[in-house]
Design a protein around this ligand. Structure first.
Ligand SMILES: Cc1ncc(COP(=O)(O)O)c(C=O)c1O
Length: 347
């Protein structure tokens, strides 16, 4: 039986406009390894979003774990560590990829998945000398693992701590589109080039077949970055595939339009679930929502929809993670809400 999916934002293929950029360039013969005209064009289009701060180096890789691994390896010396929220993707869902490079992740437990200056300082203060690792990078993700976003003031505060404490600031932007188009967002890509040393812009979860664009803003990290990409096995011979997709994403505002579409569907879902009287595990404005529902209702919903059970709340309640995407249709939301109402009435 076909089940409508709220499982992820990468469950569908690619937006037709992105497929068009691939098709249009298909027969052109190009140099390999990301030095082709499509990658150059995509970089130009991304730079147009950077206002005054256009000198970031830009590199494309296929996926988020690769991006995290390459960036952190490039930023850390062998004895240095990375500070992250306990829920961070690198700490939970990357199979120890970062630790496998010998770098410890110093995790800090936070309610909403966000790190704050005091969290960073507590880790720094607990590391005194060469008998311990040296915390060096602050890892954030925007949106976070629980769908929350950073506001400008919060990022500026973290940027200040990074400067004061000689740390590097890195943002995993696998869901950057969703964060930057959230209703309460006040950050731009230009701000991110000013406030971070490195960040990336996710395509995989926002309408591309695959791909993440890494922006290196700190000049001291630019040199030899391609060596890190290659040594990690991530320098694609057909790098043009990534260039074509990011060209498509950054033409005619597609990147932002697709992300906003996903957020709008999530907002409709959230409003409808709230109207049924249910609460949420976290307050989110992005394309991930975490409603708390009775287990017997969830069991019925699972017959018709795909989604993850995120956390057990108590014996009778579970929090779900519902994710909308660039391809989620309004009618799917309406049907889900109708089904929820019916199931709840009969439960
Ligand atoms: C915030 C975040 N970072 C990184 C990744 C890893 O991406 P990939 O599965 O492409 O390696 C994910 C994937 O779910 C993610 O949600």
């Amino acid at each position: 039986m076909f089940k409508a999916s709220f499982q992820n934002d990468y469950s569908e293929g690619a937006h037709p406009d992105i497929l068009k950029t691939l098709e249009k360039s298909n027969y052109a013969s190009m140099v390999g390894y990301g030095e082709d005209p499509l990658c150059e064009k995509a970089k130009e289009l991304i730079r147009e979003q950077l206002g005054e701060n256009r000198d970031s180096d830009i590199h494309f890789v296929a996926g988020g774990t690769q991006a995290n691994l390459i960036c952190l390896r490039a930023m850390l010396k062998p004895y240095e560590s990375v500070i992250a929220a306990t829920s961070a993707h690198i700490a939970v869902h990357e199979t120890g990829a970062i630790e496998a490079t010998g770098h410890k992740i110093n995790t800090v437990s936070t309610e909403d998945g966000k790190l704050r200056p005091e969290d960073v300082i507590s880790v720094i203060d607990a590391h005194e000398d060469e008998h311990m690792v040296l915390p060096r990078v602050i890892y954030l993700s925007n949106a976070t693992e629980v769908g929350t976003i950073y506001h400008k003031e919060e990022l500026e505060a973290l940027h200040r701590v990074a400067k004061e404490r000689d740390l590097l600031l890195f943002i995993d932007g696998a869901r950057m589109g969703s964060a930057l188009t959230a209703g309460d967002n006040d950050l731009t890509l230009e701000d991110l080039t000013r406030l971070t040393d490195v960040f990336y812009i996710g395509g995989t979860k926002n309408g591309a077949l695959m791909g993440e664009a890494i922006l290196i803003n700190n000049a001291s990290l630019k040199k030899h970055f391609r060596f890190h990409i290659k040594q990690t096995g991530a320098l694609m011979a057909k790098g043009r595939v990534l260039g074509a997709q990011f060209t498509g994403l950054f033409q005619e505002n597609l990147f932002f339009r697709l992300a906003k579409h996903a957020n709008d569907r999530a907002e409709e879902l959230k409003t409808g679930i709230k109207e049924e009287g249910y609460g949420f595990l976290s307050e989110t404005t992005t394309n991930q929502i975490f409603p708390i529902l009775p287990v017997n209702v969830v069991e019925q919903l699972e017959k018709h929809y795909r989604f993850y059970r995120w956390a057990v709340v108590d014996e009778k309640h579970v929090a779900l993670r519902l994710v909308t995407s660039w391809a989620t249709e309004k009618s799917t939301i309406e049907t889900f809400l109708k089904d929820l109402k019916e199931i709840a009435a009969n439960a």
